[in-house]
Design a binder for this molecule. Structure first.
Ligand SMILES: [Zn+2]
Length: 382
């Protein structure tokens, strides 16, 4: 590391201090963080400045995150809920769904968000309706989107939401997206990673991508396992989710890239859960496949190298380790990352610390990842 790099790291380290603050001590905590940053910049912090300083002050349980001496609003794009009434129409029970409290958007959820330091969640509902007939799914989506809008209206400073859409009927999905955004104030749509047996790159979905691009809203891709591999996922390890989910996303994004969908809709804003699945972990292989096997080229003319498309999409940070986050940022750009917790499914309750403690990011980058990028994508005022 260069001297300049080391200095930058130290400054970032000190300035990324976290504060759990009560309103009356916020200013003092922020001043302390600034003074620590200045001391480190002058070389007084030295090696001892290493681990981030954690100042814990009670505030009715709500953790306020401070980066670089300023309060950083944190926005979680990956938060699940279920609407019991709609779920019943699908023949499902809320209790069957993993995630304690998933059927509730209220005090319990807010308490848990407060403890984690999450200021806002962008709520989404996993699409369990892609094989449901038209009249039933129309009712399901109507109920869900109206309830989501109600939650957001009740807690406008804590929640926004993605519309549910019945993508198996693309014309219906377009209308649901438009109504959700324009009439209900929803901030985009949450989708799976394929629709029944059809890939997102299928031309029948073009009208939906076109409308999302026109509206300028975010589409949140959340995988639904890779059902075709159910037989191979049997056994220990919950493989249908553990590897089935990231694989599902990997397949979806690869089709969107290789079939030219992202060329056709260059303004489309897509955010994938779980750090984009496995694709960013092994992206360069995609730049070499058709060189190795030119006979597998179906004639789609891409405007860019496959890996370059990764930098026109967004990804949540649910990748667990500092090293995984570093690599994800290296492949897609830190300006493409947003917080994702999977709340209330307990995959990760340290999403904020994950971003604050990972080495190598500047304060500016941390603030962007923690909330500023998501705010821009979701139309949230900071
Ligand atoms: Zn999830």
């Amino acid at each position: 590391m260069t001297t300049q790099g080391a200095l930058r790291g130290n400054i970032a380290g000190a300035a990324a201090a976290i504060a759990f603050t009560a309103c009356d001590v916020v200013a003092a905590a922020q001043a302390r963080v600034r003074s620590q940053a200045r001391a480190t910049a002058r070389g007084k912090g030295g090696a001892k400045a290493g681990p981030r300083r954690l100042a814990a002050v009670a505030s009715g349980g709500r953790r306020a995150v401070v980066v670089g001496g300023r309060r950083a609003k944190t926005i979680d794009v990956h938060a699940h809920c279920v609407i019991p009434e709609a779920y019943a129409l699908l023949g499902r029970k809320v209790d069957d769904h993993r995630g304690p409290g998933i059927g509730e958007v209220g005090e319990r959820r807010i308490r848990e968000m407060d403890a984690q330091g999450i200021d806002m969640e962008a709520l989404s509902i996993n699409p369990a309706w892609y094989r449901t007939e038209r009249d039933v799914v129309t009712r399901v989506i109507k109920i869900q989107n109206e309830r989501l809008a109600e939650f957001c209206a009740r807690y406008p400073d804590r929640f926004v939401a993605f519309a549910s859409v019945a993508l198996q009927f693309p014309d219906l999905a377009v209308q649901q997206l438009v109504d959700g955004v324009k009439k209900l104030g929803l901030r985009g749509a949450a989708v799976g990673a394929s629709v029944a047996d059809d890939e997102f790159s299928d031309p029948k979905f073009h009208p939906f991508w076109a409308k999302a691009e026109e509206l300028g809203v975010l589409i949140f891709i959340h995988p639904q396992s890779t059902p075709d591999l159910a037989r191979r996922f049997k056994g220990n390890g919950w493989l249908a989710n553990t590897i089935g989910n990231p694989l599902d996303t990997t397949i979806a994004l690869s089709h969107l890239i290789f079939e030219g969908t992202l060329d056709r809709f260059p303004g489309l804003k897509i955010c994938s859960a779980h750090g984009g699945g496995y694709l960013p972990s092994y992206a360069p292989r995609s730049d070499n496949s058709l060189r190795v096997a030119p006979d597998m080229d179906t004639g789609v003319k891409l405007k860019k190298q496959p890996t370059e498309y990764l930098r026109q999409m967004y990804y949540d940070t649910l990748v667990f380790t500092s090293e995984a986050l570093r690599h994800l940022a290296a492949e897609v750009g830190s300006n493409r990352l947003v917080i994702g917790t999977d709340h209330p499914i307990p995959w990760q309750d340290k999403s904020i610390d994950h971003v604050l403690k990972a080495p190598g990011f500047s304060d500016k980058e941390r603030r962007a990842i923690l909330g500023e990028t998501a705010a821009r994508l979701l139309g949230i005022k900071l």
